[in-house]
Design a protein around this ligand. Structure first.
Ligand code: SAM
Length: 470
């Protein structure tokens, strides 16, 4: 190991704060910051560094001298190995406090935004079982724990159906119980694994690219409708039907049973044909009387209950009176556009994915909404070719970009279009802060509302209202 990467050990270090990406923060004796992956603020620990940079270290706790009173016992037996719920060892009230602090800190420090009095973060009533969609991966070479490796035991089979180990594309952690999606999610996954193993259906090998079974997706809608999608690597009709019939018989509550034969190198199904085996090829979500058709490829916010809270904040910040032209940028399947439509004169949604726009149109029609229009387009280019001249200058723009935030050209175009209000919904307050700084010349931030969509993780959503300066 070179000098640069030599591991250092610091003893009796107090963990001071929570930082970005779920890491906790402490100070090394030489004054540098250490980002620690497995500690809670308030712990007193020995740290071993895993990375050394000019201005900071990364490290992990290797001994605990004092445990923080912010700690709770994680529910999940996979905690610490699975990368999914990194904050499960922290009391939810502190998770919320740290998320709120991160949002405020990013807006102030990165965006240099003068903030109004911000509203306290909206926590999630459900802290477990809140996800409506989960995707599990099959593997024939289950990730082994250190104890299993030490035991030198030969395993008959190492089949796994679970999650990728953090940062590893070819290593799958077998999951027994996951607390993120309500039942029958766990029993479907476990029974599928058991049946497939008992009937010698081969589980995928990511490295060799062989094996029949690739992924299992489960979607449970707020209406109770249930979608199960199996992804196979090749077509073997007998085995495919054996497994699908088993699932259909064992779980008659499934309303949509589908499959994909995917022979590509990667698991994404977005460019694959989805075949409906039993039931309908979609499920429906419901929000305030609106119904949204969700097919296997549709995007829908993964925490339905908190999506409702988020949308209510966006609608409230927009402050519509019935007369406004609203643009809903990055509209996805047009859910926000339809949610605010009854309070506006007209809402225009724009989105890059054509299938999502097709869903948005169908949903609006089914919901008998007549004042929405939806267009496919890359936001970077949409406003460059007479879009605003054709559709009118919006009074309010709602924007909900992906984690990278808005492209700087989009921000520049918004400054030119100059709507009275911009409601900015973001899942990454760091990129949101960057964009707000670019808008600061013409807009004042007048409301800020963080919303927690993902308990037990460090992710946080934030809604900001910008009003045009006089
Ligand atoms: C965070 S999602 C928001 C979806 C929607 N507002 C909702 O609540 O369901 C961001 C959306 O932006 C779309 N998107 C990403 N890049 C885009 C671009 N350059 N132009 C237009 N849409 C884009 C994605 O396909 C995705 O649907």
């Amino acid at each position: 190991m070179g000098r640069k990467n030599r591991r250092l050990k610091f003893e009796h270090i107090e963990v001071l704060d929570a930082g970005a990406k779920g890491k906790s923060i402490a100070k090394a004796p030489d004054g540098k910051v250490i980002f620690i992956s497995n500690a809670v603020p308030g712990d007193v620990i020995d740290v071993q560094t895993t990375k050394k940079r000019k201005a900071f270290y990364e490290g992990e706790a290797i001994a605990f001298h004092q445990l923080s009173d912010k700690r709770v016992t994680p529910k999940c037996e996979h905690f610490g190995t699975c990368g999914g719920c990194k904050w499960q060892f922290m009391d939810y009230k502190y998770q919320l406090a740290y998320k709120e602090a991160e949002v405020i800190n990013n807006l102030k420090r990165l965006g240099k935004i003068e903030l109004p009095k911000t509203s306290p973060i909206l926590g999630s009533e459900e802290q477990y079982f809140y996800r409506n969609k989960m995707e599990f991966t099959f593997s024939d070479s289950r990730w082994l724990t250190l104890d299993e490796i030490k035991s030198a035991e030969e395993f008959d089979n190492r089949n796994a159906l679970g999650f990728h180990m953090p940062g590893m594309w070819d290593k799958i952690l077998d999951i027994d119980t996951c607390y993120l999606q309500e039942d029958p999610s766990n029993s479907i996954r476990n029974k599928v694994k058991e049946f497939a193993t008992a009937h010698h259906l081969s589980f995928f090998n990511q490295r060799k690219q062989e094996g029949l079974l690739r992924t299992l997706m489960i979607r449970i809608a707020s209406t109770g409708e249930l979608m199960v999608l199996l992804q196979f690597f090749y077509d073997d009709q007998e085995k495919r039907e054996l497994l699908l019939d088993f699932i259909a018989n064992e779980f008659p509550e499934i309303t949509s049973l589908q499959y994909v034969i995917n022979q590509k190198g990667n698991d994404t199904i977005y460019d694959q044909e989805v075949i409906c085996y039993r039931g309908r090829d979609y499920i429906e979500e419901e929000m305030e009387g609106l119904r949204f058709k969700i097919n296997a490829k549709s995007f829908y916010q993964t925490n339905s209950a908190q999506a409702y809270e988020l949308y209510k904040v966006a609608r409230d910040f927009a402050g519509l009176t019935g007369n406004e032209l609203v643009y809903d940028l990055y509209t996805g399947t047009g859910t926000i556009a339809q949610f605010v439509a009854k309070d506006a004169a007209k809402v225009i949604g724009v989105e890059a994915v054509p299938e999502a726009i097709a869903d948005a149109k169908v949903n609006a029609e089914n919901n008998k909404i007549t004042n929405t229009e939806f267009y496919v387009g890359d936001m970077k280019k949409v406003f460059t070719d007479g879009f605003v001249a054709e559709h009118g200058v919006p009074d309010v723009v709602i924007t909900d970009p992906p984690r990278d935030g808005m492209h700087k050209d989009v921000v520049a175009q918004l400054l030119q279009i100059a709507p009275q209000k911009i409601v900015y919904v973001s899942c990454n307050s760091a990129t949101q802060a960057r964009d707000l700084a670019l808008l600061d010349h013409s807009y004042k931030v007048t409301k800020v509302q963080p919303v927690d969509m993902f308990p037990q993780t460090y992710h946080v959503e934030n809604v900001v209202l910008l009003e045009k300066k006089a």
